[in-house]
Each structure stands twice: as structure tokens, then as C-alpha cells.
Design a protein around this ligand. Structure first.
Ligand SMILES: [Zn+2]
Length: 121
């Protein structure tokens, strides 16, 4: 005798089900599955709504990872202060030689001027 879980279509509960062999004369022809909550009989294994306890597949996570944008878009990367001719770095701060303001290497500026040989650094 096996006790299995089903999502019973008749009583709507997650219930245990009892497998009962079916005989035709002396020949065993199959099994019926009886809901232990409401007594509903499912005439075959194929028609029994067994509860599935599989671990959820990791598809969603993989999909999200694939869709995740790169940290720098192509455009931002190309126009960030890091690659700008006005970008001045010293041990204390990073500033824009044009405005004198403190900047970050990742800042994007509309006064961007491509530094010669940018990308070499
Ligand atoms: Zn039931």
C-alpha cells in the first residue's frame, strides 16, 4: 500500500491518496486512487492529479542573468570622464579640467572630448 499526495480535483485539498488494486477476475488490471479526504476515486493513475514536489527549475534566474544589462552601456562607457581629455586624476580627487568640478570616472558629460589614445590607460 502506497500513500501518495494529490491535489484533489473533487475536494480541492492537497490530500493523501490510497492506491487500490483493481482485479478483473484473478487478473490485476490496474489501480484506482482514492482521496483520503473525500473518498473520491480516480479510475487510473493517469487521471490522478498527483501533487508534484519537484524543485522549481532555475530557468527564471538564468533568464534574468542573460537579460541583465552590462554595468556600462556602450554609449556611457564611450562618453564617461575616464576617457575624456579634460579628466584630471590626482591622489586626492578626480576632477574635470574644464569645469574644475570633482567628477567620477564613470560620469557622463556632454562636454566630453575624447582623449587621444583613450583606452590605452
Ligand atoms: Zn478529495
Amino acid at each position: 500500500m502506497r500513500n501518495l499526495e494529490i491535489n484533489c480535483r473533487n475536494c480541492g485539498k492537497t490530500a493523501l491518496v490510497r492506491a487500490e488494486p483493481v482485479y478483473e477476475g484473478f487478473r490485476r488490471t490496474g489501480e484506482v486512487f482514492v482521496c483520503l479526504e473525500c473518498g473520491f476515486r480516480y479510475p487510473s493513475e493517469a487521471e490522478t492529479p498527483f501533487a508534484v514536489h519537484e524543485a522549481k527549475p532555475d530557468v527564471f534566474t538564468a533568464e534574468e542573468k542573460r537579460k541583465a544589462p552590462p554595468i556600462f552601456g556602450e554609449e556611457d562607457f564611450g562618453h564617461s570622464c575616464r576617457w575624456c581629455a579634460h579628466y584630471v586624476v590626482n591622489p586626492f580627487d578626480q576632477r574635470c579640467g574644464l569645469t574644475g568640478k570633482t567628477v567620477d570616472a564613470t560620469d557622463v558629460c556632454f562636454k566630453f572630448l575624447r582623449k587621444n589614445g583613450s583606452g590605452a590607460q
